[in-house]
Design a protein around this ligand. Structure first.
Ligand code: HSE
Length: 408
């Protein structure tokens, strides 16, 4: 028998208002909002004043509230809310990917300690059901990789830049106006946001806790007109791809722009849509596509978590106990094209295997196989654009321990 849940919301921005709307339009989810805690007292709001409070205790100390829905921007304050809510015996729903990625292990332990769940489907790829799928449907297949488009704003920008020849700043402004971008849009364009999402996905795919600072993220902010021209001339598009792969007892993962051939299914994932491609040993490749950003799509993922709590769902983190011990590593090779203006900012000697280059319009393009750590070094240079090749694969630097392969 489903129970009717009383909700206390923190935050009433883009996602909070989206949740309010989808909750009221959806029949059959036994939940109602009791209070909403917001910061700004002078802002006018689209619903009755009686819903709002400015004191967090009005939610945290209200024994009548079963579920805290945390939808604020500030990751540190969000973690305090999650911690206190669990201590007060409340379940939590959150979509705060930065907070989750930075505190995953603590949140895992806190759930066990207080025996209360934290659900966060809305934190990874908006409306696409990723985490519960990984936990439940994929609990019996040996997952080898997860990859895809994990950020709506940058996909929107790249779509507008490629298809409508909009300039980058104009496309970013639109992504902000449509409510896709983070309050600090550098989190999107410098690929921190998809890196946080990948960090969370790695835990539910492979059972590995990884610190977000260990995951290399290369954004789209240095993609130059010459890179777009190179892509167009070759019939490619460019997408910001998050990817993680388990090889032997290691998991490799990073976020970087990649040239994508027109025949690749990811090429047709446009605007704020996201895509998640899973590869299992037996199911092989499966692709999920859906809106990855925006008020209602993210609100619907949050609602789905609330609905799951009405039947006492919690993540079991099955992969942690199922997997043999695996470790995160950046000791791998990938294939990339680097471009830069002027002379020898990057040299062919820095590649493990140099495949060639050319000069044009005052720019140099160099292509070859490089260490992931080299990509990190280049990406820190504001003069250098790094884009993975269409066929780039993760190749471990160390020989793979065959005994550690999940299947052989
Ligand atoms: N800024 C994020 C994006 C919002 O563009 O994907 C959804 O997580």
């Amino acid at each position: 028998m489903k129970k009717k849940l009383k909700l206390g919301l923190f935050g009433f921005g883009c996602v909070g208002q989206g949740l309010y709307h989808v909750l009221h339009e959806t029949h059959g989810v036994k939940a109602e909002i009791k209070k909403i805690c917001v910061k700004n007292q002078s802002k006018s709001r689209p619903i009755a004043d009686s819903f709002f409070t400015y004191k967090k205790e009005d939610i945290l100390n209200d024994a009548d509230i079963d579920v805290v829905v945390e939808l604020i921007d500030d990751a540190n304050a969000a973690f305090e809310i999650v911690k206190t809510s669990l201590e007060h015996g409340k379940a939590v729903v959150t979509a705060n990917k930065k907070m989750l990625a930075e505190h995953l292990e603590e949140i895992y332990e806190l759930q066990k300690k207080h025996n209360r769940p934290v659900l966060y489907e809305g934190s990874v790829c908006g409306s696409i059901p990723v985490l519960r799928n990984l936990e439940e449907y994929y609990d019996n297949d040996l997952l080898q990789s997860i990859e895809g488009i994990f950020n709506g704003s940058t996909n929107y920008i790249l779509t507008k830049v490629f298809e409508e020849r909009k300039n980058y700043d104009e496309a970013l402004k639109q992504a902000q106006e449509l409510g896709f971008a983070e309050s600090d849009p550098s989190l999107d364009v410098k690929a921190f946001d998809p890196k946080y999402k990948l960090t969370i996905a790695i835990l539910h795919t492979f059972g590995v806790f990884v610190k977000p600072e260990d995951v290399i993220n290369i954004g789209i902010d240095k993609i130059a007109e010459v890179d777009l021209k190179y892509a167009r001339e070759n019939g490619y598009t460019i997408k910001l791809i998050a990817q993680a792969r388990k090889i032997g007892d290691k998991v490799y993962g990073f976020v970087a722009p990649q040239y994508i051939e027109a025949t690749n299914p990811l090429a047709s994932v446009r605007n704020e849509y996201n895509a998640v491609q899973l590869e299992g040993a037996f199911a092989e490749k499966q692709l999920f596509v859906g809106k990855g950003a925006g008020s209602y799509p993210t609100g619907s993922a949050v609602l789905s978590d609330i609905s799951a709590l009405t039947y006492d769902y919690s993540y079991e983190y099955k992969k942690i106990s199922q997997e043999r011990q695996v470790f995160f590593s950046n000791d791998a090779l990938v294939e990339a094209v680097v471009s830069f203006k002027g002379e020898d900012i990057v040299t062919s000697k820095e590649f493990e295997k140099f495949e060639g280059g050319y000069r044009g319009n005052g720019y140099q393009f160099l292509r070859g196989t490089v260490k992931l750590e080299k990509l990190r070094e280049w990406s820190a240079n504001p003069e250098v654009s790094v884009i993975l090749t269409t066929t780039s694969k993760i190749t471990p630097l160390q020989p793979v321990d065959k005994k550690a392969l999940s299947f052989a």
